[in-house]
Design a protein around this ligand. Structure first.
Ligand SMILES: [Zn+2]
Length: 236
């Protein structure tokens, strides 16, 4: 629930891999909310990522897990198949975004109007205009860290504060906790991938982050969609 509070924390995590199960267990323990950006065309696909000698599971959750697993959080679009949207024409963008949106909406049973761009920086003004004119999507996250708590001026290019793995994370926690939300709304927005907690063996660090940022009296813990709904801006 959005309150009159002016300080907000929101998370946004991509790809819907099996590590979301453990990740959401921790979010629920600490009362922190996230938006999860899912690829409906990749449900159940098994991949492994080799990184620094670590063989990391990148298996995506199955469609029948979606409704229950993400209950209390938000499901949003990450396109059907995770392509580079900047390389697709308007019909291609429409198929990838709206196809995913409809599939996820059918699984979740609520309207979906948010997304995260697959691959982060791969979109253009034309991509945004296609999405706004041909789909109900009204907010879309990129991967450009703002290192501020100022909410985005443009929801179709919603920049997070930082990535979970950013070395500035705990310094930003300190700054956020010390900041006074006088007139301005402050939003601490962290994004990432739960499979990277396996990749970097950073589950303890993640829990330390939750322990640091959760349960603050003056702060509301919301999904991206809840923040959007209570802080409307013109859709541009
Ligand atoms: Zn992704």
């Amino acid at each position: 629930m959005i309150t009159e509070k002016k300080k907000y924390v929101t998370l946004s995590f991509d790809d819907g891999t099996v590590q979301d199960v453990r990740f959401i267990g921790l979010l629920n323990k600490y009362g922190v909310k996230s938006t999860f950006n899912l690829n409906s065309g990749l449900f159940g696909t098994k991949h492994r990522i080799i990184h620094d000698g670590i063989n990391c599971d990148h298996t995506e959750i199955t469609a029948d897990m979606v409704r229950e697993l993400y209950a209390g959080h938000e499901v949003a679009v990450h396109t059907v198949s995770h392509p580079n949207l900047a390389k697709l024409d308007s019909d291609g963008v429409f198929r990838e975004v709206e196809g995913d949106r409809l599939a996820l909406e059918a699984l979740c049973g609520y309207p979906i109007i948010g997304m995260a761009y697959p691959g982060g920086p791969f979109y253009t003004e034309e991509t945004i205009s296609t999405i706004l004119t041909r789909t109900p999507i009204r907010y879309a996250r990129n991967v450009r860290s703002s290192y501020t708590f100022a909410p985005s001026a443009r929801y179709m290019e919603w920049s997070p504060t930082c990535k979970l793995e950013d070395e500035a994370l705990f310094d930003l926690c300190k700054r956020f906790k010390a900041a006074e939300a006088d007139e301005a709304v402050l939003l601490f927005y962290v994004w990432g991938h739960s499979f990277e907690l396996d990749k970097y063996k950073s589950w303890d660090r993640f829990e330390r982050f939750l322990d640091t940022i959760a349960g603050l009296e003056d702060t509301a813990y919301v999904t991206n969609g809840e923040f959007y709904a209570s802080h409307p801006l013109p859709a541009v």
